[in-house]
Design a protein around this ligand. Structure first.
Ligand SMILES: Nc1ncnc2c1ncn2[C@@H]1O[C@H](COP(=O)(O)OP(=O)(O)OP(=O)(O)O)[C@@H](O)[C@H]1O
Length: 298
């Protein structure tokens, strides 16, 4: 087995699998992050929001060791990512899975073969049969049919590609899952189904999820807390209702603007619909539901 494989460590039991302290990221004269702090709680879905170019993807890339920061420290599972030698990072790298924007699948490999890539890398000694079987299981866990295993990315819809990318992210039974705008480009029904899948997987597999999104429905429906990036920092980390109380112009515009209110109404309607046997809920749904089927997306 590869060095640092799952057999050599136990699941992380601390409170914060990710701790970012005083992070600085600079590109030439541009400062993207300055003294950025963030602690991600074990078992939560943390939404990460911020205007375009505020450095959400750079933050994610720093945490997974793809973007060496200009300053500050990052610990994942209690181990320094910023100080570690590449070999040491290997010991934690098989404990997270990443779904990059667009899925980032290898176009010349089938879905099953894509899922097998990390298995081959980290578990080179397992038999072909077992590797195929694990890949098939991960594909189905991600809500794709068995037939999808032998399809190429070009034969998949946008939603199926995301699920295939998710299957690959889950290949190594990660404790941490990074999702970069997973519902971008999906229709409202596909986005909502992907959100439900994320939440189910988090609950059944005990994952901690770092989720970059612009999707207000996702934030309302599945995120335990949301971190807001602005002014080169994480300016707030809290539940959506608590964030909505904060007096910051970007937060107010984002959560309390028309799209924010539409997402909140959609969520309230979903919850009310679960109590339609109660007259007050039925009346409220009738009064509020003036939107055609399908939700307004951010
Ligand atoms: N490798 C790089 N070299 C130079 N500049 C970079 C590099 N990576 C990111 N940047 C810059 O850092 C800033 C933050 O980029 P990032 O992709 O993290 O933004 P984001 O918040 O994820 O934006 P969006 O919501 O539009 O995806 C941008 O101005 C970008 O141009």
């Amino acid at each position: 087995m590869a060095e640092g494989s799952k057999a050599t460590h136990e699941r992380f039991r601390g409170d914060y699998p990710i701790v970012v302290d005083g992070l600085v990221n600079r590109f030439g004269t541009q400062t993207v992050h300055e003294d950025l702090d963030l602690k991600v709680r074990r078992g939560e879905i943390l939404g990460v929001v911020g205007g375009s170019g505020t450095g959400k993807s750079v933050l994610m890339r720093s945490i997974i060791g793809l973007q060496p920061p200009s300053g500050g420290s990052i610990e994942v599972f209690g181990q320094s990512i910023t100080e570690a030698e590449p070999d040491e990072v290997l010991g934690v790298r098989d404990r997270w899975g990443v779904l990059f924007q667009g899925g980032a699948l290898f176009s010349t490999l089938t879905v099953g073969e894509n899922v097998e890539v990390p298995l081959k890398q980290f578990y080179p000694d397992i038999s072909d049969e077992l590797r195929h079987e694990i890949a098939r299981y991960k594909v189905m866990l991600s809500g794709l049919s068995e037939e999808a295993v032998s399809k190429y990315p070009s034969e998949l819809s946008g939603g199926m590609k995301k699920r295939a990318g998710l299957a690959r992210a889950l290949a190594l039974d990660p404790e941490l899952l990074f999702l970069d705008e997973p519902t971008a480009g999906l229709d409202p029904i596909g986005a909502s189904a992907f959100d439900r899948l994320t939440k189910e997987l988090k609950e059944t597999l005990g994952l901690t999820v770092f989720l970059i999104t612009h999707d207000l429905d996702t934030l309302h429906e599945i995120c335990d807390r949301v971190a807001v990036l602005a002014d080169k920092k994480v300016i707030a980390v809290d539940t959506v209702p608590n964030l909505m109380e904060l007096d910051h112009p970007w937060i107010q515009e984002y959560f309390n603007g028309p799209r924010g209110r539409a997402a909140l109404t959609a969520q309230a309607l979903d919850e009310l619909r679960q109590h339609m046997d109660r007259p007050v809920a039925a009346h409220a749904v009738k009064a509020l539901d003036k939107t055609p089927p399908g939700k307004d997306k951010a």
